[in-house]
Design a protein around this ligand. Structure first.
Ligand code: FE2
Length: 607
C-alpha cells in the first residue's frame, strides 16, 4: 500500500511543506516563494496546496501530517526561560505568548481545519526532524548525524546515528548554550538581521583579522574539547528582551552595535573573521566528538549552522569522517521534509529504498515547474516580445550572451527547495570579468557590494579550478581556488574601505573568488539538471571556462522567484540583459517600458 505523508514546518521562521510518497520526496517548497514575503513563518497553506497538487492527491488521501516540532516542549522552554529571569522578561514574554496560545498549542486543530480532513497529526522533535532530513536523504545506509541550530525546543546541538530506517539521538546540548545563537548575536551586533544576515557575516569574514577570537572565547563562550559550549549569559539579553545583545556586550567590543545599512567598518570585518574562526573551531570539535561517540565512517549535517559552507569545507578536509552529506534545506524549512520522512520511516516503519550511491534529494529540484504552454500563454497575454529558441540553439544562445559580458536570468525546471538557487531560478554571469561582481551586486541584486558570488562548475572539471574533488551539488562547501589560477593581489589595506579590497583582481575567475582565494562551489551534474549542464558546457566550448557565476534570481529582500510572472517582474526591475524562460528568450532592449504605481523597493524589507 502506498503511504503518503505531508511534513510541515512553520510559526518560527521559514515555513515550508513537503510531501513524501513511499519514502520519496515528491514535492517540497517554502511558503515565502508563494506569498512573496521573505522567511514567511505563517501556516504554509500555499506550499501545502502545491505539494498536494504535485502529488496528484487530495488532503483526505494523506496517511499522516507531521509537524516538525513539539510545541509543548518549546512552550516549556519559553516558560522556564521566563521564570529564570522574571520579572525582567515580561515584555518579550507578552510578545511571544499570545501567538503561542492562539496558534502553536492548537496545531492539530489548525491543520485539520485547514485541510478539511480528520487526518492523523503527529509531532516530532525539532532536531530529530533536522537529523531525518539529512540522514534519510543522504546516500548513506549507516552514518553519524550532527545537527546544530539556534534552538529547537530545548536542544541546540545533537549527535545521533542513522542505521537503515532508524535514527537515534545520543547526545544533546541545551538552550541557552548554542553555537547558532552565538553566531546570531554577532550577526545582530554587526548590523545584520538575525535568521537571514548570517550569510553576510560569513561573506564579510575573509576581509577581517580574527583579533577578537580570544575575547569571544574568554568572555562570551566557553568552548570545550568535546565541542560542548557554555554561553556567559551576562552578555546576552535574548532571555529577557527582544534583542540579542545589550550594553555589556557593546562595551566588550568598544562601542554600540553597528546601525543597519551604515558603513561597515574594520571592527565588523574583524568581528566577522573572529566569529568565523570560533565557529569553525566549534564545528570541528563537535564533528570529532560525533566521531568518538558513533565510530561511523560517514557524517550527515543539518540545522542552520550547517549552512556555514566555510566550516563545512574544513570538516570535509580535516574532519575524521570519510564522506559528508549536508541537507541543502538545512534551516527550519528542511524540517518539513525531515518530519515527513520520520512519519514514513519512523511511524509507519517502512524501509528505505537502496540509494545506489546517489543521494535521494534529487538535486533539491522539488518545487513547482511551469510548462512551455503556460509560459507562452503568459507572454502572449501581456504581449511581451520573445524569441522561441529551437531546442538545439538554447544552450549556445545563453552561453554566447554570457560570454559577451551580459547578465542572464535563467528559469528552467522545478524550483529549488532550500535557500540556494541551483540553476532552476538563477541569475548567471561571466566569472572571468572584473566588473561582474560589482554589476551583479549593485545594478541587479541591489545589495551590499562586498557580498561574494558562487561558481557553478561542470562536475567533471571541478579540479581544474578548485582544490576539490568530489561533489558539491548544493553549493554548501567552500574550497580553495587552485594556486595556478590565482593572481597576486595587493596587501590588505588597513582602513575601512571595503571597496578597495573587493575591486582587486584575485584570480582568472575574479567574480567568484573571495578575498581569501576561496569559492563556494556548486558542481553541476547532467542527471539532475541537464539544461543547466548544457549551458555550462556551451560556455566552456566558447571560452574554455566550464564555470559561471550563479546567484539566486531575486533582488535583495525578495524571496527567489517562483512563477514566470515573478521572473518577468524581477527581470524588468533590474539591469538583467536577458531572460530565459524554458526555451523562450526575452531581451531587455525589446521589452516595452516597465512602469509601476509605486517604488517597488519599498515592497521588500531589506534583509
Ligand atoms: Fe532548527
Amino acid at each position: 500500500m502506498t503511504i503518503k505523508v505531508l511534513g510541515i514546518s512553520c510559526f518560527y521562521h521559514d515555513a515550508a511543506a513537503a510531501l513524501v510518497i513511499d519514502g520519496r520526496p515528491v514535492a517540497a517548497a517554502q511558503e515565502e516563494r508563494f506569498t512573496r514575503v521573505k522567511h514567511d513563518p505563517s501556516f504554509p497553506t500555499n506550499a501545502i496546496l502545491y505539494c498536494l497538487e504535485e502529488g496528484g492527491i487530495r488532503p483526505s488521501d494523506l496517511d499522516a501530517v507531521v509537524f516538525y516540532d513539539k510545541p509543548l516542549l518549546t512552550f516549556d522552554r519559553l516558560l522556564s526561560s521566563y521564570l529564570a529571569v522574571a520579572p525582567r522578561g515580561l515584555r518579550s514574554w507578552l510578545h511571544a505568548m499570545p501567538r503561542w496560545l492562539s496558534q502553536k498549542l492548537f496545531f492539530t486543530r489548525i491543520i485539520r481545519q485547514s485541510l478539511g480532513t480528520d487526518t492523523t497529526v503527529l509531532f516530532t522533535k525539532h532536531h530529530l526532524a533536522h537529523a531525518a532530513s539529512a540522514f534519510y536523504m543522504s546516500p548513506f545506509d549507516n552514518a553519524a548525524i550532527l545537527t546544530m541550530d539556534g534552538v529547537g525546543e530545548w536542544a541546540t546541538t545533537t549527535i545521533g546515528i542513522g542505521e537503515g530506517n532508524r535514527i537515534r539521538l545520543l547526545a544533546e546540548l541545551w538552550f541557552p548554550d548554542s553555537l547558532g545563537l552565538l553566531y546570531s548575536a554577532l550577526t545582530h551586533f554587526c548590523g545584520f538581521k538575525v535568521n537571514s544576515g548570517e550569510y553576510k557575516l560569513m561573506g564579510l569574514a575573509p576581509y577581517g583579522e580574527p583579533r577578537y577570537v580570544d575575547v569571544i572565547l574568554h568572555e562570551l563562550a566557553d568552548l570545550k574539547e568535546d565541542g560542548s559550549l557554555r554561553l556567559n549569559m551576562a552578555y546576552f539579553t535574548f532571555l529577557h528582551t527582544l534583542r540579542m545583545t545589550g550594553d555589556r556586550f557593546a562595551r566588550l567590543f568598544g562601542g554600540p552595535a553597528r546601525t543597519p545599512e551604515s558603513q561597515i567598518t574594520r571592527r565588523e570585518m574583524d568581528l566577522a573573521a573572529s566569529i568565523q574562526v570560533v565557529t569553525e573551531r566549534a564545528v570541528l570539535s563537535m564533528v570529532r566528538q560525533a566521531h568518538r561517540i558513533t565510530h561511523r565512517r560517514f557524517l550527515c549535517l543539518a540545522g542552520g549552522v550547517a549552512l556555514n559552507c566555510v566550516a563545512n569545507g574544513r570538516v570535509l578536509r580535516e574532519g575524521p569522517f570519510e564522506a559528508l552529506w549536508i541537507q541543502p534545506a538545512a534551516g527550519d524549512a528542511g524540517g518539513a521534509l525531515g518530519a515527513a520522512l520520520l512519519g514514513y520511516h519512523g511511524y509507519f516503519r517502512r524501509a528505505r529504498t537502496p540509494s545506489n550511491g546517489r543521494d535521494r534529494q534529487r538535486g533539491s529540484y522539488l518545487g513547482p515547474s511551469f510548462s512551455r504552454d503556460e509560459i507562452a500563454a503568459f507572454l502572449n497575454t501581456y504581449g511581451y516580445p520573445y524569441h522561441d529558441l529551437p531546442k538545439d540553439k538554447r544552450a549556445t544562445t545563453v552561453a554566447e550572451f554570457l560570454a559577451a559580458g551580459k547578465i542572464v536570468a535563467f528559469f528552467s525546471g522545478r524550483m529549488e527547495y532550500g535557500p540556494r538557487a541551483l540553476g532552476a531560478r538563477s541569475i548567471l554571469g561571466d566569472p572571468r570579468r572584473d566588473d561582474t561582481q560589482r554589476i551583479m551586486n549593485l545594478k541587479i541584486k541591489h545589495r551590499e557590494s562586498f557580498r561574494p558570488f558562487a561558481p557553478a562548475v561542470l562536475a567533471n572539471r571541478v579540479s581544474e579550478f578548485f582544490a576539490f574533488q568530489g561533489e558539491s551539488p548544493y553549493m554548501l562547501i567552500v574550497a580553495p581556488v587552485l594556486e595556478a589560477r590565482r593572481v597576486q593581489r595587493g596587501p590588505a589595506i588597513q582602513d575601512d574601505n571595503l571597496l578597495t579590497l573587493i575591486n582587486q583582481r584575485r584570480s582568472d575567475i575574479p567574480a567568484v573568488t573571495h578575498w581569501d582565494y576561496s569559492a563556494r562551489l556548486q558542481t553541476v551534474h547532467p542527471d539532475t539538471h541537464p539544461e543547466f549542464h548544457e549551458v555550462l558546457s556551451a560556455f566552456s566550448s566558447l571560452t574554455g571556462f566550464p564555470v559561471l557565476v550563479n546567484t539566486s534570481f531575486n533582488v535583495r529582500g525578495e524571496p527567489i522567484v517562483c512563477t514566470p510572472e515573478d521572473a518577468y517582474r524581477c527581470f524588468m526591475r533590474t539591469e538583467i540583459d536577458a531572460l530565459y524562460l524554458e526555451g523562450f528568450w526575452l531581451l531587455k532592449r525589446e521589452q516595452p517600458a516597465w512602469a509601476e504605481q509605486s517604488d517597488w523597493r519599498s515592497e521588500f524589507a531589506l534583509d
